[in-house]
Structure formats: structure tokens, C-alpha cells
Design a protein around this ligand. Sequence first.
Ligand code: ATP
Length: 242
Amino acid sequence: MSAADDDAMLTLDGVGVRYGHVTALHDVNLRIARGDFVALIGANGSGKTTLLQALHGLVAHSGVRTVAPDTAAQVMVFQRPFMLRLSAWNNLLLGLWLADVPAGERVPRATEALHRAGLFELRERQARALSGGQQQRLALARAWATRPAVLFLDEPTANLDPSAKREIESMLADFAAAGMTLVMSTHNLGQAKRLATRVVYLDRGAIRADMPTARFFGARLADHLDERADLFLKGELTWDME
Ligand code: ATP
């Protein structure tokens, strides 16, 4: 590893993923650095979920995935959070137990996480009886409580109403401000613009743009994006910047 890569937590070199005849990712080179908040954007089927899975080590791939020694703790939060038929509190405690958090730390961490998520008063409720937005906040609290080095998020606000979206975004902004590294797929370009430090644009399984957020959304798009990326951005921006 060179000196320039000292802050690299995760690196993909020439990574490809195939599902039968479908090439979901093709020759992907990507470096996630400490403190990045990366938004993965692109049309349906462009490979965002597959890229998250490759980064997280969940799919077989060609090429090389390198994880820095102190960044093995990684958690993924999905679009539809998985909750067991238990109270919110017990879902959190179980998550901490599964993540090997020492017994003496579980109650204080769960308590703090529920406060952060604004769910402490609802801790005795069945997790599955919470609203979609509350369940997603609980999933984020559960992930945060394990103190991951990297948090992966697959469209964390899909299907949520605007107020629930804002609550999730506010939690994610807090995580980022506290120094957590985040990689998030999203169809909401406004959200990418509000939260991310860096945008990675995927098209048909390949990375077509990887640049700071301000530059990606800069006024003179044609200067730095290829034609398909430019068209994607113009098309999406017309309806997705709430
Ligand atoms: P969306 O925005 O719709 O969630 P995406 O950008 O996340 O899409 P992926 O889900 O990564 O895209 O899919 C990339 C390609 O791989 C698509 O052509 C998809 O049909 C294919 N694919 C994904 N998972 C599988 C699978 N388990 N088996 C076969 N093909 C798959």
C-alpha cells in the first residue's frame, strides 16, 4: 500500500460480477477513504446494489477487494429493514449480541442509540408494528450501535414519506459529522446532493463518473460528464430534487 493509500479503507481493483449471462459489474476500480460519504447513483439495473454487495464482500467477483486491517467492521442497512418479532429494544440488544459487543456495553449503547433515533419512548413496542420510517430509524440505530467502520446503505429512504426521509437524512448527517464512513445508493439526487461528499455514477455496470458532489452537480455539466451521464442527470433533476 502506498503512502497515498494510507486513508483507504476499502479498495476494489478491476472488480467484475456476473450473474449467469448478465454482467452486473464490469472492471470497477473504486477506493473508499476514511470519512467519505459516497452516493452511488444510476438508473435501475445499473449495478448500484451489486456494487454495495461487492464492497461489503457479499458476492463472488473477479478482481481484487482490499480491506484495511482496522476497517473489518462493516454493516449494511437495506431498503426494507429486517426486524425480528421482538420489541424495538430486544432487536437492538440482539444486534449488539450478534456483533459480539461485550455484555456490559450493550445496554448503554442500545439506550444511546434509541435516543439518537428518537425511539426511546417506543422501545417496548413490537419492532414490526412500528411505521416504515420508525423501522428504518431503528435499523440505523442498530447499525450505529455496533460502531461500524463503514456503513453501507441501499436506498435507505425508498418508500418513505418526506418527513420520514428528513429524519433518516438527519441521522445520516449526524453519523457523517461524527466521522463515520458511509456508502449509500439512492435514486434521490437531492439526497445525494444534500448528504454526500462524493458521487459515483454507474451506467450498465461500469463507473462513468467519480467526483466530489459539488463538481458532479456543477452548472456546466457537459464539461465533465459524458453524454449518457449528462442526459441521466438532466432527466432525473427535473423531478427528483425535493
Ligand atoms: P435498482 O436501481 O433497480 O435497484 P441497481 O442499480 O441496484 O438497480 P443491481 O440490482 O445491482 O442494479 O443489478 C445490476 C444488474 O444485475 C441488473 O441487470 C440485474 O438484473 C442483475 N442482477 C442483480 N442481481 C441478480 C441476481 N441475483 N441474479 C441475476 N441477475 C441479477
